[in-house]
Design a protein. Structure first.
Ligand code: UDP
Length: 250
């Protein structure tokens, strides 16, 4: 039988949510089963998210993360922890992948992921600070052996593993069967608010000891995920012009 894929997506209501979630749902719908989509929404189960999920044809669970009493942007850290606790509690057995709603995923990635034994990784392409520059983040490989990392200057020195949230997947049994992996029980993902890009490495350091326990997918020579940052944060809106709600025209 095919391995179960457990796709974890934090989401929240915002003007482009319908665009993001529908796009991801359409990708997931084309992935051969079994696949379980765990969508974790910030603060409450909104009617907007529920409606989109109902129409997708993907097997999903819609969870809520009540941690966020504040409006501080946390990049979904606590929501991912809610999903990890769910997987642990129910002993879901499969490959866990953090698929944020704002990335673009090639369908072949999901086939590749099913071959992961312990921890798989691959490079992600993202737009740099300037919209004309592309950065690669993730492993450099020799076959499936990870021998180095693509990285950018800012975080080069202090990060152990240079991996984007969408650049790795792992065996869920590490979460609830630590004896089998000879690992201590995992801590939740911690927020490193001020230093961007540390969420991934601090979590991955708990999953593997070093590169020798990693599997590079597709020789790490194929780009299978793109992180575009389509929002335009540099735009300054006149007071009252920012929209909070999901922009879905029916
Ligand atoms: N996200 C969320 N709540 C937030 C911020 C982000 O659910 O307060 C989700 C968002 O929908 C996406 C993921 O977390 O699935 C990553 O968000 P974003 O791209 O804004 O963070 P970045 O990748 O820039 O750190």
């Amino acid at each position: 039988p095919q391995k179960l894929l457990i796709i974890v997506t934090p989401t929240y209501v915002r003007p482009f949510q319908a665009y993001y979630l529908n796009q991801l749902a359409q990708t997931l719908r084309n992935v051969p089963p079994p696949l379980l989509w765990i969508v974790v929404e910030k603060s409450m189960q909104s009617a907007e998210t529920a409606k989109i999920l109902r129409g997708t044809g993907v097997v999903y669970r819609h969870l809520v993360c009540e941690h966020n009493a504040t409006n501080i942007k946390d990049s979904g850290v606590h929501q991912r922890n809610v999903a990890l606790a769910h997987i642990e509690k129910h002993h879901l057995d499969g490959i866990v992948y953090f698929a944020d709603d704002d990335r673009i995923y090639s369908i072949g990635l999901f086939d590749q992921m099913r071959q992961i034994r312990r921890f798989g990784t691959w490079p992600v392409a993202m737009l740099g600070e300037s919209k004309n520059k592309v950065l690669l983040e993730g492993p450099v490989c020799n076959g499936s052996e990870v021998i180095g990392w693509h990285t950018d200057q800012r975080t080069r020195i202090s990060r152990r593993f240079h991996v984007d949230m969408a650049g790795f997947a792992f065996n869920s049994t590490i979460l609830w069967d630590p004896k089998r992996w000879n690992r201590p029980t995992l801590e939740p993902i911690r927020q490193r608010a001020k230093i961007k890009g540390f969420q991934e490495t601090t979590f991955i350091e708990q999953l593997v000891e070093d590169e020798s326990q990693m599997e590079g997918l597709a020789n790490c020579s194929e780009i299978m995920v793109w992180h575009l940052h389509l929002e335009a944060p540099e735009l300054i809106y006149p007071r009252g012009w920012m929209m909070q709600k999901n922009l879905e025209v029916v």
